[in-house]
Design a protein around this ligand. Structure first.
Ligand SMILES: C[S@@+](CC[C@H](N)C(=O)[O-])C[C@H]1O[C@@H](n2cnc3c(N)ncnc32)[C@H](O)[C@@H]1O
Length: 265
């Protein structure tokens, strides 16, 4: 499986009733609610749909944003869908978001979460999403450059984190804005959201992110020895048990819209 950095929960877990239930990290709940509000952009949900989710992966981020809401639409991913953990009412298709099999303006909103950094042609891709979307386009990308772990007031594990975040785009915020403008889109709003976490226990965001980092560094890419990683992990756990742990991760959130004057449908 390719290494795809994401803040989405790593997998669906069993709830106490035994049913599969999507995990939504408590640290991200407000952030996801804010993303939902941005996507609506002041409209009623019925006016915001259908929604295009560009690069939906297994759909867990989509679930986190739209669960319990009447938003419906289509998830598109270039990779084979595998197990779909997104909202069951949504359609899912396999396609490249740079060449979407949809007519102009059929969607009333679009979102793209943690996909921007993987795009080979971001300008063409944003232009294509704008072609099929008559409404706001929400682009969310974790700024991995800002990922940071602290224990006992000291930043630790910097080299391990760097190995995990290697290749992530620099100057992400201006990169997203300039790609959008080059694609003929207006940047209606762009912000950097900081997400902090101080819990390190099962089900917490920092716990799951550390699991992903371990899986990538120790297992998938085999660039770090398990013992070295696990020593760092125990140091963080020790700090957390003493109430001395902190993690910070940033996300760039951009609300874009096709400018009819610059880019007539
Ligand atoms: C890090 S995952 C994010 C998945 C999901 N949006 C989330 O936040 O959890 C990136 C996804 O983008 C997809 N992707 C990358 N380039 C794509 C393209 N050109 N067209 C469609 N999907 C693409 C990958 O297959 C992968 O599933």
């Amino acid at each position: 499986m390719p290494h795809h950095r994401t803040l989405a929960p790593p997998e669906q877990r069993r709830s106490s009733t035994g049913a599969a239930a999507p995990v939504i990290h408590a640290e991200l709940r407000r952030h996801y609610d804010a993303l939902y509000d941005l996507l609506l952009d002041g409209r009623a949900p019925r006016d915001a749909r259908p929604v295009l989710d560009a690069g939906s992966g297994d759909g867990l981020a989509l679930t986190a944003i739209t669960q319990g809401t009447p938003l419906r639409g289509v998830g598109v991913d270039i990779a084979s869908p595998g197990q779909w953990l997104g909202p069951p009412e949504w359609d899912v298709i396999q396609a490249d978001v740079q060449r979407l099999p949809f007519a102009d303006g059929v969607f009333h909103s679009a979102l793209m979460v943690d996909v921007f950094e993987w795009l080979r042609h971001p300008i063409a891709t944003l232009g294509e999403i704008a072609r099929v979307t008559n409404g706001p386009i929400l682009v969310v990308q974790t700024d991995w450059e800002g990922l940071w772990f602290q224990a006992d007031e000291a930043e630790i594990g910097r080299d391990l984190v760097r190995a995990f975040t290697k290749g992530a785009p620099e100057h992400l915020r201006s990169r997203i804005s300039s790609s959008a403008e080059a694609a003929g889109l207006d940047v209606k709003a762009v912000s950097t959201v900081s997400i902090t976490a101080d819990r390190l226990e099962q089900g917490a965001l920092a716990w799951d992110l550390l699991e992903s980092i371990r899986r990538y560094l120790v297992i998938e890419s085999a660039q770090v020895r398990a013992r070295r990683f696990d020593n760092w992990r125990s140091e963080l756990q020790h700090a957390a048990d003493e109430g001395q742990f902190a993690m910070l991760v940033r996300r760039v959130v951009a609300l874009l819209e096709r400018n009819p004057a610059r880019n007539p449908a």
